[in-house]
Design a protein around this ligand. Structure first.
Ligand code: 5AD
Ligand code: SF4
Length: 430
């Protein structure tokens, strides 16, 4: 989501004649897009601000903007604490970036935060050509999981009007985009708060009708709202890729309850079973947190057990960190750091083993790959399979932006290596 916001700001700036430079030392404007979802990215912002302060001392006309969730959370406090900052812009105010920047250039110190009622966004295409594009479909979140800062920094859940989304996707398709990734904190809730709006599955069907759109993905789904209708959509809508990101966060019911997630481990496992019944080859990835307040060894064991039962295709795992304003931040952060670190390492090593086994199981299979650029080795291309794996293979540059068939030769820890199939008939006999 932040990546898409950065793209939108870049598109606005390029419209105004700004160009990207390769080093901060060469810039007249530096924009830091921030994330506060965990402690680590927040600390990174403060260290960058220190570095850019020295730059500004040497080049006073340099303008520094802090946007994103930290901007929303800290607001004026950022201006007070960091005299080098010229503008603070909340994530719901991206469309007003250039308006604020004009004031900052005139010498004002600008703070634009808070949430708009109106869910519309200016249609802004990504500034660089790519066969894959992100499209916002909703903002904010109403779920208030006890550890999560998103509802505070991104505001209440709002669905963007479907007509605007469809217009953006049509324009992207005309530009040669083949794959769209629909973004929202809980896509299954799309349209629910807007009377007369399409449902999420109806929106998927409309997008699938747009000529040129060959692949559709979305992120994120909340397990409590993953409907039977959406599960069936994976079978009914050919463009919908066989991959779902379905964060489970914890494997113990005690912790899930304290997290206010609204489902049990049994319900999560049932959803996974149903998904695999309908689409046996579906890839499932998730997010998980270790060291949540009150997490005992037996709770952590249940998380490991859930991972072994589901055998995720990939997992993003994090150590819990208290976030300002959240319910959980009022509870003692009582799992000591070394235990958090040990649990994270144990979980990640289990997942590394599963990911590698699953990647190896694809050896010999033929996968459809959307080529999006060059690989690391000379002559190598890189793309993504429908199951969202990175696939490297040798091939000519003119295949970038195209969909090809690749026979997988080797499953590696983080990607697959394959061989381009030139003839469609090779695919049939593979
Ligand atoms: N501490 C650690 N991880 C967190 N996440 C969200 N809030 C926290 C927190 N306070 C993780 C969740 C979420 C992902 C985006 O970040 O797993 O799904
Ligand atoms: Fe945060 Fe929960 Fe909303 Fe996800 S669903 S953004 S974890 S509050």
């Amino acid at each position: 989501m932040n990546e898409r916001d950065s793209e939108r700001v870049l598109a606005l700036l390029m419209e105004q004649g700004y160009r990207i430079v390769s080093l901060p030392e060469e810039a007249d404007l530096i924009v830091i897009n921030t994330c506060t979802v965990r402690k680590k990215p927040e600390h990174k912002v403060y260290s960058l601000l220190g570095r850019f302060k020295r730059l500004k001392e040497r080049k006073p006309q340099l303008k520094i903007v802090v946007m994103g969730c930290l901007a929303q959370q800290e607001g004026e406090r950022l201006l007070d604490r960091f005299p080098q900052v010229d503008m603070v812009l909340g994530p719901d105010r991206v469309d007003e970036f250039t308006k604020g920047l004009e004031k900052a250039i005139d010498g004002d110190r600008v703070c634009m935060i808070g949430f708009k009622e109106d869910p519309s966004q200016r249609v802004l295409l990504p500034p660089f050509r790519s066969p894959r594009a992100y499209v916002n479909i909703m903002q904010g979140c109403d779920n208030f999981c006890s550890y999560c800062v998103v509802p505070y920094v991104r505001g209440p859940e709002k669905s963007r009007p479907s007509q605007e989304i469809l217009k953006e996707v049509r324009l992207l398709a005309k530009e040669g985009v083949k794959e769209v990734i629909l973004l929202g904190q809980n896509v299954n809730a799309y349209g629910k708060k807007s009377p007369g709006e399409l449902s999420f599955v109806e929106l998927l069907r409309k997008i699938a009708e747009i000529p040129g759109i060959e692949r559709i993905r979305f992120t994120t789904s909340h397990p409590k709202d993953l409907s039977e209708e959406l599960i069936l959509a994976f079978k009914e809508i050919p463009q919908l890729c066989e991959h779902i990101h379905l964060p489970f966060q914890a494997g113990s019911n005690k912790i899930l309850k304290m997290m206010r997630r609204g489902y049990t481990r049994e319900e999560y496992l049932q959803k996974v079973e149903r998904l695999r019944e309908v689409v046996p080859e579906i890839a499932i990835t998730a997010d998980v947190i270790v060291g949540f307040p009150g997490e005992e060894e037996e709770d952590f064991e249940k998380t490991l057990d859930l991972i072994e039962r589901v055998r995720f295709d990939g997992l993003f795992s994090f150590k819990y960190s208290p976030r300002k304003g959240t319910l959980a931040s009022r509870w003692p952060d009582d799992v000591p750091e070394p235990i958090k670190a040990r649990r994270l390492e144990k979980l990640q090593s289990l997942q590394r083993k599963i990911t590698l086994e699953k990647n190896k199981a694809l050896e010999g299979k033929v996968l459809e790959v959307l080529v999006d650029g060059c690989g690391e080795r000379e002559g190598q291309l890189r793309g993504r399979s429908r199951c969202n794996r990175v696939v490297n293979f040798m091939g000519p540059l003119d295949l970038i932006g195209k969909i090809v068939w690749v026979k997988i030769k080797e499953g590696l820890p983080n990607c697959l290596r394959g061989e381009l199939l030139l003839e469609e008939k090779e695919v049939l006999y593979a």
